[in-house]
Design a protein around this ligand. Structure first.
Ligand code: KIV
Ligand code: ZN
Length: 503
């Protein structure tokens, strides 16, 4: 019989540590609801003591998202644990996640403590958390670089103090699979107290081995994997949820392990996280990249047409990538749009549906056919809009290789139309300068990414930007068949995030 591996999703905590990916409460709830639909066992909603906003976001997730355990991170100190509990106490299934470094380098250089006093601090923190919450996870930060005997002592003592879950992180992505698998096996052998305790791993991807190390761990007795959607996270990221899940499923003959993930929700979750956090997914990313199921060589295409199994080990439908025969155009009515949205898994309230319908018409007027990918892009951008201080109205560009590009843009604020014009080094730069003139603030463009949502000359362009406004980086996303308009919408979106944050 296959054994279950629990999926602990930390997209909203470790994933949110990616620069510029900070989320507000509404965005966190939206992603958490989708994670619940995906079937994750645990959602780590955030690090409540890191800011009052994050505490409120974790609290709202705990109150509104039902099904998974909701976890909040805390350092091994009372103030952090109190904040975590304040955020989690309203949740149906709360978990306080306490962590403390255990490697000598962390103890000596970061915590300036000796092993014994750190051990006492860990035990006290777990005891304290346990008085508040029945479910307490303890993470031995930098476990893969920790002296093995000391690691065993920490694990044994924290289990005795009441931890229900022990997490062994490869914090800096230093481990290699054989070694990490061995560490888990030896730990289980040396610490009998781990029987009946959830043994978790949390691997970072600095050497590109996060998924391989997590799999080596579950093969050797780990029962929970901590991972993120699209593998996002601190530095090179965390183990990718979709890869772990699909490897265990596709190679069940080798692993004899399973998860409770509804795999047909994977693609949608990946797109949602990418859009809301404004972190593009690389095209060749396993499982969810735009090329993951694209066959370009003639020999491969011939094979696929004869039998998909020749070159595909996963059916695109299994991860929620659906092909549709009905074509949506500017003449498609509300019924056709609603039908396609339902097929894509969106069930929108009337007000949201109308917003999507209007944007759909605006795009369809300029693009012959609207593909499922276009529609998902439109829906998710519309649904995850921050409150808009300025609304995009229209744009005109004059550009050419013998003239200075000029952009004229109209935005709407409090029902008033505001129009201005600006020049720039190119049409995109001119439109960014124009937006800055209208909103009366300047930004420094840190990152700019433009991609086509589908194939073809009339493809919908999706622009993502990161803009430093007043010392904080805000991300923005915009979509349009016109790439300059998509870029301007993205730039304005970043400013709207800034204004939403400043209120
Ligand atoms: O990477 C790490 O060690 C962490 C811990 C807080 C679990 O993120
Ligand atoms: Zn981490």
């Amino acid at each position: 019989m296959s054994r279950k591996v629990s999926i602990f999703d930390t997209t909203l905590r470790d994933g949110e540590q990616v620069p510029g990916a900070k989320l507000n409460k509404r965005q966190k709830i939206e992603i958490a609801q989708q994670l619940a639909k995906l079937g994750v066992d645990v959602i780590e909603g955030g690090f409540p003591c890191s800011s009052p906003e994050d505490l409120q976001a974790v609290k709202a997730i705990g109150e509104q998202v039902k099904g998974p355990i909701i976890a909040g991170l805390a350092r091994a100190v009372q103030a952090d644990i109190d904040s975590a509990w304040e955020a989690l106490r309203g949740a149906e299934r709360p978990r306080i996640h306490v962590f403390l470094g255990s490697s000598d380098i962390h103890l000596q250089k970061k915590l300036r403590r000796d092993r014994e006093s750190a051990l006492e601090m860990a035990v006290e923190a777990v005891r304290y958390a346990k008085r508040l919450c029945h479910d307490v996870e303890y993470s031995t930060e930098d476990a893969s670089r920790t002296d093995f005997d000391y690691l065993c002592r920490v694990v044994e003592a924290t289990v005795k103090a009441g931890a229900t879950v022990i997490n062994i992180p490869d914090t800096v992505g230093y481990a290699i699979p054989d070694e990490f698998g061995d560490l888990i096996r030896r730990l289980r052998e040396r610490v009998p107290a781990l029987d009946g305790i959830t043994l978790s791993v949390h691997c970072h991807n600095d050497l590109g081995l996060a998924v391989a190390n997590s799999l080596a761990a579950v093969k050797n007795g780990a029962t929970q994997v901590e991972c993120t959607v699209n593998g996002i996270g601190e530095r090179a990221g965390n183990a990718s949820l979709e890869e772990i899940v699909m490897i265990l499923r596709t190679r069940a003959n080798t692993f004899h392990l399973h998860t409770d993930i509804r795999t047909e929700e994977i693609y949608r979750t990946s797109r949602m996280v990418s859009r809301i956090m404004n972190i593009p997914v690389q095209p060749n990313k396993a499982i969810v990249g735009s090329n993951a199921f694209a066959h370009s060589s003639g020999i491969h295409q011939d094979g696929i047409l004869k039998d998909r199994a020749t070159y595909e080990i996963i059916k695109p439908e299994d991860v929620g990538i659906r092909q549709h025969k009905i074509v949506l155009t500017a003449r498609s009515g509300r019924a056709a749009l609603r039908h396609r949205l339902n097929a894509l898994g969106y069930d929108l309230e009337p007000e949201k549906f109308e917003r999507v319908y209007n944007r759909f018409l605006n795009v369809a007027d300029r693009k012959k056919e609207i593909a499922s990918e276009d529609l998902s892009s439109i829906v998710e951008i519309e649904l995850t809009r921050v409150p808009e201080t300025y609304t995009f109205h229209s744009l005109q560009i004059m550009s050419g290789n013998t003239m200075v590009p000029l952009a004229s843009i109209t935005l709407v604020k409090d029902r008033e139309k505001l129009t201005d014009a600006a020049t720039g080094n190119g049409p995109v730069d001119a439109s960014f300068n124009c937006i800055e003139r209208i909103v009366g603030r300047q930004g420094i463009l840190r990152d700019y990414d433009l991609k086509a949502v589908t194939m073809g000359k009339d493809a919908l362009g999706e622009a993502m930007v990161r803009v430093d406004i007043g010392g904080t980086v805000y991300s923005g996303i915009g979509t349009s068949p016109d790439v300059i308009e998509a870029s301007a919408r993205a730039y304005l979106n970043a400013f709207n995030r800034f204004f939403a944050n400043s209120h």
